[in-house]
Structures are given as C-alpha cells and as structure tokens.
Design a protein around this ligand. Structure first.
Ligand code: NAD
Length: 474
C-alpha cells in the first residue's frame, strides 16, 4: 500500500497490511506473552516500561524524523515523541499505588464473619486502533496504561501516518519482555476490522463513522469498546473578557497543529459588546501567522496531513461562502511544493445550517458568531451532536464556571482553550457522538483495563438450609 507524503504530495513510502491470518498469529503470540507479564508486579512492569522510555529518548534521531515525514511538521512531532516518554514515566510512577489501592483485602461486610478481598484481573489482549492527527501519541495513549495494568497490546496505527511504526518496533524489540506483549502493526481499515475478533477490549480513536462500525463489531464480538471520536468544540467569550487576550486564545486553540486536533476550537461565540474589538484583534493576529513552508523549521501552520481532509475543509468553506458567510482572513487551500496548506481562515456571519458550524472541520478555520444574550450563546454552543470539549473566556473565573457547567461537553477550559491536549490527570467523559466508554484521562485510563474479582470469605458458620425453611417466615 503506497503512502502519500504530506509535504511533497508524493507516494514515497509503502506498508504491507497484515492479513487476517497474520493478525490471528500475532494475537496468539501476544496472549502467550501476557501470562508472564501479568505475573510480574506493577513495579517490575514499570521497570521494563521505563527502559522503553529511556530507549525512545535515546533514539529520538530515528523516531522524530519518521513522525515528521508522516505529519509534515517538525517541532510538534518532536514534542509528540518526547511526550510519549513522559506518559510512560507518569504511568509507571502512578500505577503501582493505584493498583494496590484497587485491591483491598479483608473488607468487613454487612454480614458478621464474612469479609471480602478484591482482585483486579487485567484483560488479556487490548486492541488499539488509532488516527493520523497525532499518530504516535494516539497509538500509545491507551497502550501505555494497558501495559501497566498487565495486558498485552496490539496496536494498528492509521495507514495515513505509518512511518513511525518500524523505528518504534525496532526499539520495542530491543526490550524482549516488552516485545512479548506489545506489537504495532501496519494496515488499513480492513486490518483494524480484522483485529476486533482477536482482542478482549478495543480502544478506538477516530471518526464517528468508523467509531460506530467499531462499536457495532465490538458488540457482536461481546467485548467492551472505548470510543474517542470527533468534536465541534465551541468557545464562548463573555463581554467582560479582554478582547486581545481572548483573540490570542481563540486563534491558538483553533489553529495549532493546523486545526488537526479533536479538541480544537471550531466555533466562537462572542458577546456583541466586544465583538468588533475581538474581530479586529483576531484578524490582525491571524494575518501575522506564517505557513510552515518552505522551511519546515519556520512558521506556525503546517500542511494538511491527509489530502482528503483538505478537500473536506475547502468544501465546507465553499458551502459557508455560498450561504452568505463573510471572509475576514485566509480563505482557500493552497498547493505549495505538493503539500496542501490553509492560512488561518476567519469567518463571520455564519449560521447553524452551514457545514462549517454543524460538521467537524479539522482545519485552521475560525467561524465567529456574535451573540446578544448569553442564553442564546449557550443554546447555540449546545446545539451539536458532538460533546467532546468546550471553552469559556471571561474577566471573571466564577462567571465563566457558571456558564461552563451548563455546556454539553466532557471538558471545559476556562480562560484558555483546548486544555485537554495538555492536562491528562483529570477524568472526563466524551458526551454525545464524541465517544463512549470510560475516561481515558485520569485514573480510569488505567483501571478500565481490569475486571474485578471479589473473594467473599466466610469465617463463621455457613448458613444451613434450615434457616430458609418457609416455616421461619410465617
Ligand atoms: P478514521 O475513523 O478514518 O480512522 C481511524 C482508524 O480506524 C484508522 O487506523 C483506520 O485505519 C481505522 N479503520 C478504518 N475503518 C475501520 C473499520 N471498519 N474497522 C476498524 N478500524 C477501521 O479517523 P481518522 O480520519 O484517522 O482520524 C480523524 C478523526 O479522529 C477525527 O474525527 C478526530 O476528531 C478523531 N480524533 C478523536 C480524538 C479523541 O480523543 N476524541 C483524538 C484524535 C482524533
């Protein structure tokens, strides 16, 4: 299968998708490895994973260029790879205590003489299917805690961005205990679909359309699925906000990584009292943003990773313009050196019927709606099938929090935007079509990989059948 390079547009890489038989064999190998892995203490598993983090950091020179070639961006790819090592260390530090706390022994019950002990039993094999926008971190965000829980993990990253798989697997193979329980495989949608029948739990990150198929296949296979899907995150800016600062927050959280982030801000609702000042600032700041072309080490907005996404964004812009939206900055996808780019694009006079307001965008586009009444802003922000995250900006944190608690989303950034891209410690749900299943953030990111077995211990006399004789209850 040929893979397109996002900076040159050329198909300069090939992968060999695994067929169903090879997937089955790999799943069997990992299941065999899991027995020894689960028998280790969490601390011992952590020691192995910390060696993996060390090896990733020692081999940045192999992995960062691969992620860079996959995504067409340099600096963010470096941050991405380094943050994987950080996540490994975070889980190896937190998991042992968390696992111990989750297994209380000798707990008293309502029945004298009967006590309980809880055991956490890891699922044997977790399947991970991941998208292209942050290819390495999203391939491993669920895999790392699953490994710490004692599971084996089979990962199928996106076929759009597969170049990091080989250098990463080379590192994994240098640590035999890890290679026995972790495998990243090459493949497309068919590979992902074939994995589901071979695993005990599936973690999927991607679009709603594919997430629905994965959820249905998981239900048919009778396994749990964690689905992390798309978003259409709103930002409400109140009249008492500082217009210049609010514009800076709106710009960054809408266009970072060229808008290719699930928790990207995709709709702005601004109070009329500061709308003109906000828009002036937003347009000025947007026009100062530079494309990351031709020098990959300069600028702010890189190419679209996936060519089809550029087409989707352009169609949404065309639809908005045809329905009366007004363009204030940016405007059209450009082809530069074979890559597809879009300057930050600011639109006003947008309406809820436009695709740019109803559908996920995944590009550096900032549609702005002016509101007179906060109730109207809250209603419009909540008028979406998605509920991933949201943001509120105000001069008063208390005021912002009151609004935030009324938003239909699993995480709300206050006086900032897209904070879920940085803050992973607190649990959050994905509302609506943005996902299903336990939070991948916070402690449940790990605890969801366990089933619970309780041992219920009778230390007194067990009840005899005579105690249940009908005569006793007349
Ligand atoms: P996608 O749904 O097209 O593909 C995701 C993965 O699913 C790929 O690995 C693909 O090969 C695989 N796949 C395709 N068909 C399949 C099938 N029938 N069965 C099993 N696997 C199959 O998504 P994408 O375009 O790669 O990613 C972009 C989407 O991901 C956006 O909607 C974005 O919002 C979402 N996303 C969500 C989060 C989150 O945490 N909520 C994070 C990042 C991205």
């Amino acid at each position: 299968m040929k893979i397109r390079n996002p900076r040159t547009g050329e198909a300069d890489y090939k992968i060999h998708p695994l067929d169903a038989e090879a997937i089955e064999a790999e799943a069997k190998r990992l299941r065999e490895g899991q027995t020894d892995w689960a028998a280790k203490t969490p601390k011992q598993r952590g020691e192995v994973l910390n060696r993996w983090a060390d090896a990733i950091e020692a081999n940045l020179g192999d992995i960062v260029p691969a992620v860079t070639a996959d995504t067409g961006r340099a600096g963010i790819s470096k941050i991405e790879v380094i943050s994987v090592a950080g996540q490994i260390r975070r889980w190896t530090e937190q998991a042992p205590e968390l696992i111990a706390t989750g297994q209380p022994t000798g707990q008293a019950t309502s029945q004298p003489g009967i006590t309980t002990s809880t055991e956490l039993v890891p699922y044997q094999l977790i399947g991970v299917i991941s998208p292209w926008n942050f290819p390495m971190i999203l391939a491993l965000i669920d895999a790392i805690p699953a490994l710490m829980a004692g599971c084996a993990v089979l990962v199928k990253p996106s076929e759009v961005t597969p170049r990091f798989i080989r250098p990463l697997m080379e590192i994994v193979r240098s640590i035999p205990e890890l290679a026995a329980v972790l495998s990243l495989i090459e493949g497309d949608g068919a590979t992902g679909a074939a994995m589901i029948g071979n695993v005990d739990y599936v973690c999927f990150t991607g679009s709603v359309a594919t997430g629905r198929k994965v959820g249905e296949a998981a239900a048919a296979a009778f396994i749990p699925a964690s689905l992390e899907l798309g978003g259409k995150d709103p930002m409400i800016i109140l009249a008492d906000a500082d217009a210049e600062k609010a514009a800076a927050i709106a710009l960054r959280s809408s266009i970072v990584n060229s808008g290719q982030a699930c928790q990207s801000i995709e709709r702005i609702y601004i109070a009329r009292a500061i709308a003109d000042r906000f828009l002036e600032n937003l347009v000025r700041q947007a026009e100062a943003v530079e494309l990351n072309y031709p020098d990959i080490n300069k600028g702010h907005v890189g190419p679209f990773i996936f060519a089809k996404q550029a087409e989707i964004v352009q169609n949404q812009l065309d639809d908005a313009m045809a329905r009366g939206a007004k363009l204030l900055a940016g405007g059209a996808v450009e082809k530069l050196g074979g890559g597809l780019y879009l300057k930050p694009t600011v639109l006003k006079d947008v309406t809820p019927d436009m695709q740019i307001i109803s559908e996920e965008n995944f590009g550096p586009v900032i549609p702005v709606t002016v509101f007179d009444d906060i109730e109207e802003a809250i209603a419009q922000a909540n008028d979406s099938k998605f509920g991933l995250s949201a943001a509120v900006v105000s001069g008063s944190i208390e005021e912002a929090e009151k609004i935030a608690s009324r938003l239909n989303a699993g995480a709300v950034s206050i006086n900032d935007g897209s904070l879920t891209s940085m803050i992973w410690e607190a649990e959050k749900s994905s509302f609506g079509y943005s996902g299903l299943g336990a939070s991948r953030m916070g402690f449940s990111g790990l605890t969801r990989f366990f089933r619970k077995r309780v041992l219920i211990r009778q230390s007194g006399d067990a009840a005899k059948i005579a105690a249940f004789a009908e005569e006793n209850f007349v």
